[in-house]
Design a protein around this ligand. Structure first.
Ligand SMILES: [Mn+2]
Length: 588
């Protein structure tokens, strides 16, 4: 059959017209969805379709992918849940059927959390809005269009696929798109294949730029983060851990504080994602960061003093002495101005106290914003190996912090962790020069003004062992806990359990534990250790006379003594050598 040319032209013309209309419709809908990403929530869309789909699959860029990578990614995605109404939705925990107990235990070892549970939970699972009503009202006062953009920096090493994807999807789903400049992922020399090409390929589907750098040798958290911050184009750097889930409204409060004053370094409240069930559990909003004599970071209750400063408004940022270090926002310029990180530190650990002391002492502020909540999978132990051994690395890093920032107060650390004295802290001249150049305040200023509640006392008259003259033995915590009585053992002179400090206000403390005289039920008094009170109480106050060497407890009028071989309180008798004590490094 022969087709006439004018029929051909008509068919062609209508085809072109329809094609143009299609393109117009396509543009219109695409435009709409980028402007209004939340008109239909993903949950609703999925419920409409009633089948698990990968919501980003449609956005795949047409770059050529090598077939092996494509196949590996397809394999991974077959076992990746996007059913955000499924197990674990709304932040709930997942219980594993007892029949899978063996498998669960095997998989737990890979990352030191319940990987089987994580793999069952959608990587875009839903979470409740945990913010207080005041925080939600405050949210409407932010000028979102004026806030600075942020580069999110995530360092990972052998992270699990599902926890890493859940981190990414939570950020993308719960942040105003225009505030996200990019996500920078630094792979600190992982050896798992799925974290290489398949991950590179997967992140191309995401609607914001994600850059991945694969480091060819293990660099440690600090150097890896610096690699990320050097690439960052955003005005604010936001460091995140690789197994977190951000919650509704988490980002603007952080950026708003940094925007208001670029010297503020701001952390969210870090909630707990159970390492066992992946249940999302909120943490207290009256907790801040401190540290002990070991130079371990510790959470403590925010003292009354800080509650009053905030006028008891629990949505107001907390000025915290230290931050946990995993998650915080900082102005990029300010981060560079105050000396980024100490590159002499190794692998991981201790860098959070270093940056905390530095920020406060060199003119910045550290805050925790109660209106920003990020869940983090807390693990009971690290799944990673540390080159050279965990203790050695941690001591090295802590010793650098002590040497550069703590002045004479470093004695508390070395007394409590004598092994750190034998670890080479390396060259700290650069960091001391930085402190000099920035004209930072001293550690006494920090303790007096920022952290007067610290276990390290601002004013002390001794640091070291306490010897009993009658027995020629030393007071020793024996590693015991609050409520127990310390022991009296042979002096070894290296600190540790025999490290004590007599403070100016009369407490006798070893790290967080204070000697406490108490009244027994059967009359008389006894002695034990208890957690030191934030404000000194009379049961913790002793009076030491360096001439008679007696340690008297004024409120019971008894003296620290020995009964048979154990510590006791007794009627004061200055002729009894068991009541005579001397304090190492005593300076009245
Ligand atoms: Mn972590």
């Amino acid at each position: 059959m022969k087709v006439r040319p004018d029929v051909c032209r008509a068919i062609l013309l209508t085809s072109i017209v329809w094609f143009l209309i299609d393109i117009l419709i396509l543009f219109y809908t695409l435009d709409n969805s980028t402007l209004e990403p939340k008109t239909i929530s993903r949950a609703e869309r999925l419920q409409h379709e009633q089948k698990p789909v990968d919501p980003y699959k449609a956005a795949v860029r047409p770059d050529p992918v090598d077939p092996a990578t494509q196949e590996a990614l397809d394999q991974l995605l077959q076992h990746t849940s996007f059913q955000n109404f499924g197990p674990g939705s709304n932040g709930e925990g997942v219980k594993i059927d007892p029949s899978q107990d063996q498998k669960m235990k095997e998989m737990f070892k890979e990352n030191q959390f319940n990987l089987l549970a994580s793999n069952m939970i959608a990587v875009n699972r839903t979470l409740p809005d945990f913010r207080s009503s005041k925080c939600q009202r405050d949210y409407n006062t932010y000028h979102l269009s004026e806030l600075p953009t942020t580069s999110i920096i995530i360092v990972f090493h052998n992270e699990a696929w599902t926890t890493l994807l859940r981190t990414l999807h939570s950020i993308i789903d719960r942040s105003p798109r225009h505030l996200l400049e990019e996500i920078i992922m630094i792979d600190d020399c992982s050896d798992r294949d799925y974290l290489k090409k398949p991950l590179n390929e997967y992140v191309k589907r995401l609607p914001i730029p994600v850059h991945i750098v694969h480091l060819s040798e293990r660099s440690g958290l600090i150097r890896a983060r610096l690699t990320g911050s050097n690439m960052a184009k955003g005005k604010v750097l936001l460091f995140l851990d690789a197994h977190v889930e951000v919650t509704e409204g988490w980002l603007p409060p952080l950026l708003d504080r940094v925007h208001g004053d670029r010297k503020r370094v701001v952390a969210p409240i870090i909630d707990v994602i159970s390492d066992d069930t992946f249940e999302y559990v909120t943490a207290s909003d009256t907790t801040w960061g401190g540290f002990n004599w070991h130079l371990n970071f510790r959470w403590y209750t925010v003292p009354e003093r800080e509650m009053a400063r905030r006028k008891y408004d629990r949505s107001s940022p907390i000025r915290t002495p230290t931050i946990a270090g995993g998650l915080f926002a900082v102005d990029k310029q300010f981060f560079n101005d105050i000396g980024t990180y100490d590159e002499g530190m190794q692998v991981w650990g201790g860098e959070n106290l270093e940056i905390s002391f530095r920020v406060w002492m060199c003119g910045g502020f550290l805050e925790i914003h109660p209106c920003s909540r990020v869940g983090h999978v807390f693990r009971k132990q690290t799944p990673y190996t540390f080159p050279g051994g965990t203790a050695k690395v941690i001591h090295h890093n802590a010793a650098r912090t002590a040497e550069v920032w703590m002045d004479e107060y470093k004695a508390f650390f070395y007394q409590m962790v004598p092994a750190a004295k034998n670890v080479d802290a390396g060259d700290v001249t650069e960091r001391r020069r930085l402190r000099e150049n920035l004209q930072c305040k001293d550690f006494r200023w920090y303790l007096e003004n920022i952290y007067p509640e610290a276990p390290v006392p601002v004013n002390y008259v001794s640091i070291g062992q306490i010897i009993n003259h009658g027995q020629n033995k030393c007071l020793d915590t024996m590693g015991k806990k609050s409520g127990e009585t310390p022991g009296l053992v042979t002096c070894h002179g290296v600190g540790g359990n025999q490290a004590w400090s007599l403070t100016r206000d009369g407490t006798i403390r070893s790290d967080e534990l204070c000697l406490t005289a108490y009244s027994g039920y059967t009359g008389g008094t006894g002695i034990k250790m208890e957690k030191c009170a934030v404000k000194t109480v009379s049961r913790n106050v002793f009076k030491y006379d360096p001439v008679s060497r007696m340690v008297q407890h004024p409120s019971t009028d008894r003296c620290l003594s020995i009964k048979s071989t154990s510590l006791a309180m007794d009627d004061c008798n200055n002729l009894d050598p068991d009541q005579q004590w001397s304090f190492a490094n005593f300076k009245p």
